[in-house]
Write a protein that binds this ligand. Structure first.
Ligand SMILES: [Zn+2]
Length: 102
């Protein structure tokens, strides 16, 4: 996405995808397991994806950050999520679900 004043707000590989994007984009090494909440810019709305049934749901990242801390590893907290469709716990990952409206 190009800002109207010509500033690139998000990396091109993010802008190219219209689907959910991995939070690993913000890890220095591109690895999901090294992403912390603090690395993800605050305007991104996070979602959780269930690996078992592929359900995607929006999560309240600020509530999660308040409980676990902004320095918490995303994959550790993701293992605590429970899918509201199939009830599976421990098989969820965080994804970038969208951006907040301004
Ligand atoms: Zn599920």
């Amino acid at each position: 996405m190009q800002h109207r004043r010509g500033l690139d707000l998000i990396p091109p590989r993010l802008a190219a995808s219209k689907h959910e994007i991995s939070v690993a984009t913000f890890a220095p090494d591109g690895n999901y397991f090294s992403v912390r909440f603090a690395m993800i810019p605050a305007w991104w709305v996070l979602g959780g994806i269930c690996i078992a049934c592929r359900r995607i749901g929006e999560v309240d990242r600020f509530d999660i950050e308040r409980r676990h801390g902004r320095g918490a590893l995303v994959h550790v907290v993701g293992e605590k999520l429970r899918c509201t469709r199939c009830g599976e716990r421990g098989r969820c990952m965080f994804i970038l679900h969208g951006k907040m409206l301004r």
